[in-house]
Design a binder for this molecule. Sequence first.
Ligand SMILES: C[S@@+](CC[C@H](N)C(=O)[O-])C[C@H]1O[C@@H](n2cnc3c(N)ncnc32)[C@H](O)[C@@H]1O
Length: 272
Amino acid sequence: MKDDECVSFLQWALPQLHMRWSGFRKIRTRVCKRIQRRIATLQLTGVKDYLAYLETHSEEWQKLDEICQVTISRFYRDKMVFTYLADTVLPALCQRVLQQGKREVRVWSVGCASGEEPYSLALVWAFCLKQQYPQLKLHILATDTKYELLNRAQHACYPYSSIRNLPLQWRDEAFSRSNEDYCLQPEYKQRITFQYHDIRQFISDSGFDLILCRNLAFTYYDQALQMQVAEQLITALQPTGALVLGVHETLPAEYPDVEMWSKRFSIYTKHQ
Ligand SMILES: C[S@@+](CC[C@H](N)C(=O)[O-])C[C@H]1O[C@@H](n2cnc3c(N)ncnc32)[C@H](O)[C@@H]1O
């Protein structure tokens, strides 16, 4: 499939999935390859046929939605964000949790991929904060829509390329070598719950002190869906809690009830 054919197709299809073309511009080659494979599986002749197929097979939109989900992740992605969380955000949240007489810091990692993001946070806790706050425990809910990623997350074995951003000492202490892979030691996997959840659906859980929703809704979704997701996230956040987006992401401009904690790292806090 030619690039311009795929671009035209995406520009037609994405809005119907409440996604936006601008989020896909840079990574379109990957998505176009998957569409090409789908066209081959369906034994269609090209993208025009696929477009016609979508118009007559409404169930195919679900398949296309899955094809458009981007799953790239790695440990300590945007390292400076994790440093800022360790030095500034988490200590402030821990103080508030203690003032409220609670013993648990509750985190939600939305779109957790194969566990790289929640485990990075578990390592930050273990190596930077645990000793300072022995009264507190960290619990992380980590959710995603792809079962194969959630299974990989439970297994917690990664290629070197995935963990190479981590500080050397953490890599040496927290991982053991298994053939080509680096497997996270069980003690760092405790208190993380992996669960299927689609961020476009309602979640009944709330009261999170920290929510990470990075490189997902605020890159790929259209304005209306971003507003819906923002509402869900802010409702689930504890007053004065922190919401972390991807470094190039922002909440929809008119979103109320929040203020910037760090513009540089796209971190928001919820009004009391
Ligand atoms: C680009 S990855 C980002 C992973 C991680 N947050 C990071 O920044 O490295 C996006 C993740 O969101 C998941 N995802 C896609 N659509 C989702 C949805 N509607 N609800 C929850 N997770 C979703 C994908 O399966 C993928 O694991």
